[in-house]
Design a protein around this ligand. Structure first.
Ligand code: F6P
Length: 533
């Protein structure tokens, strides 16, 4: 990419590359004051990034060159900014309590969802044997799985009753059988979530579960009573045998990876109740308002996005880690992988031309402290520098003792990544301990440091703060898509594999390699077919 601001950032790079973060902290006593933002309900510390005020000024110039504020308006106005699919992008309307063009649709579905939640929690949802539903199996994949799973895990402490929720996402039948083996057929509600209702994995799992339920109960009416469909194509759900009363709608103006705020969250509402679900929406709306109204310099998603651009496009860092120091957010990294990489993992710009700049980084992550005993070695000493987002909560539900250990680990990780440990410091430490082999060990025990990170802190993990956190990341991804001039809201990259898979499946079913395939694919297929003889 070339533009005045882009070139200015490239020119400025030399200044930053010669500086170490630990020296910047030593020289600027108020560095934290300068580079942190408190917003309602949370705090973003971005001081441990390789930036100075000039970096930020140039990044804001880049945002203004990309007309970010105009795009932000277009997003909230419901313009067809998903231009390849000619669709508006209005997940924000799902959480907007003010009158808006989609409100009557949204409220109608929320009412229906509420009735379902009441029926379930009052034990009035009876299955084919007239027993109330106790367990829930969610069938869905991608955005129709990752969001509900993340939210149900994150908010388990808000569970109103003991509802066991199981998930079947992969088409690998091992996953399905693990679930089917432990549930009671007459007391289980199956919730099929699929915006398109054509996704191969979901459709296969749904039909297999329907057959299983019919077989186990010996009652064909079980499907009508015990299956729910959540989809934008309600006709297809009915065609599959789901009762019209048990179908909730969603819409084409809500992308799959942005659908947590819709009826897709029925499993969550069954677990925590509608009031808590509405608090999740309220938290997300609060972040929408922050993003929509705050000027760019005081805007958490904008700051995080621009720093991400600096790391990716100028410091040339190809990866990025999301590290929640909270077990309840253990699925956040996977959720973020879809949100970030399916949205911005693209090499074609909005005009259909190849991008001449890097786009989304490779995202990884794990709940702290587990990651520390796995890939953090690379984060501290690897040859690839990976910027990190640390996420923590001041309050916890259970033991203070554990929580203090958890939080001390989080702060120590970002501090270690920033300061590192020089050769001289390692040597001095070894000498003080009267170690042998100092020459060998001092090198191995030194850390370059200078590794960037953000820290996001919230008071407590609640439906409201979860809403804020997830909406913050949604808007961050949106801003980066605007700067990179890509459409963050389609996902053409998943299509080719699906199309090629159909032909391979056809040959696998026929047990004959008819192709046409390249020699590698043909030989692999041949191997798989022969082994079935
Ligand atoms: O992976 C492609 C994708 O379309 C995702 O964007 C989506 O979340 C997932 O498949 C599931 O789609 P559906 O909800 O239509 O089953």
């Amino acid at each position: 990419m070339t533009s005045v601001a882009w070139n200015a950032l490239n020119d400025h790079l030399g200044d930053i590359q010669n500086q170490q973060l630990r020296d910047l902290f030593a020289a600027q006593k108020n560095r934290y004051q300068q580079f942190h933002l408190e917003f309602e309900g949370g705090l973003l510390d971005y001081s441990k990034n390789r930036i100075n005020q000039v970096t930020l000024d140039n990044l804001f110039a880049l945002a203004s060159e990309a007309k970010l504020e105009l795009w932000r308006e277009r997003l909230f106005n419901g313009d067809n900014i998903n231009h390849t699919e000619q669709r508006a992008v209005l997940h924000t309307a799902l959480r907007d309590p003010r009158p808006n063009s989609r409100q009557s649709l949204v409220l109608k579905e929320l009412d229906h969802m509420q009735q379902m939640v009441e029926r379930f929690s009052q034990k009035k949802w009876l299955g084919c044997s007239n027993k109330p539903m106790k367990e829930v199996v969610v069938i869905g994949i991608g955005g129709s799985y990752l969001g509900p799973k993340l939210a149900c895990e994150a908010l388990q402490t808000f569970a109103q009753k003991d509802v066991r929720i199981h998930y079947i996402s992969n088409v690998d039948a091992h996953e399905m059988h693990e679930v089917l083996e432990i549930i009671e057929p007459t007391e289980t509600l199956f919730i099929v979530i699929s915006k398109s209702f054509t996704t191969q994995e979901t459709s296969t799992n749904m039909h297999s579960c329907m057959r299983w339920l019919e077989e186990k109960t010996g009652d064909p009416s079980a499907i009508q009573k015990q299956f729910v469909g959540i989809t934008a194509d309600t006709a297809l759900a009915q065609k599959a045998g789901i009762s019209a009363d048990n179908i909730l709608s969603m819409w084409d103006w809500v992308g799959g990876r942005y659908s947590l705020w819709s009826t897709v969250s029925l499993p969550l509402a069954l677990l925590i109740g509608m009031d808590h679900f509405r608090q999740l929406l309220a938290g997300a709306y609060a972040m929408d308002e922050h993003f929509r109204t705050q000027e760019l310099r005081e805007n958490a998603p904008v700051l995080m996005a621009l720093i991400g651009i600096w790391n990716r496009n100028f410091l040339n860092l190809p990866a990025y880690a999301v590290l929640p120091y909270d077990y309840r957010l253990r699925s956040l990294p996977r959720y973020m992988q879809q949100l970030d990489m399916e949205s911005n993992g693209k090499n074609i710009d909005r005009k259909g031309q190849p991008c001449r700049h890097q786009t989304a980084p490779i995202l990884l992550g794990e709940a702290g402290t587990n990651g520390q005993h796995a890939f953090h070695q690379l984060l501290h000493q690897g040859t690839t520098v990976v910027p990190c987002d640390f996420i923590g909560f001041r309050e916890t539900t259970y033991s203070q003792e554990h929580h203090q250990i958890l939080l001390s680990n989080m702060l120590a990780q970002s501090q270690a990544m920033m300061t590192g440990r020089s050769l001289e410091e390692s040597t001095a430490m070894l000498e003080a301990n009267n170690a042998s082999d100092i020459d060998l060990l001092a090198g191995a025990m030194s850390f370059q440091g200078n590794r960037p990170s953000n820290t996001l802190l919230f008071e407590k993990l609640t439906p409201n703060s979860l809403g804020r956190l997830l909406a913050l990341y949604e808007h961050k991804v949106f801003v980066q898509g605007i700067i990179w001039n890509i459409n963050s809201f389609d996902q053409m990259g998943v299509e080719l594999g699906k199309t090629l898979g159909d032909k391979i499946l056809h040959d696998l079913k026929n047990q004959s390699v008819d192709g046409p395939f390249d020699s590698s694919t043909a030989a692999l297929l041949d191997y798989l077919i022969k082994r079935n003889d």
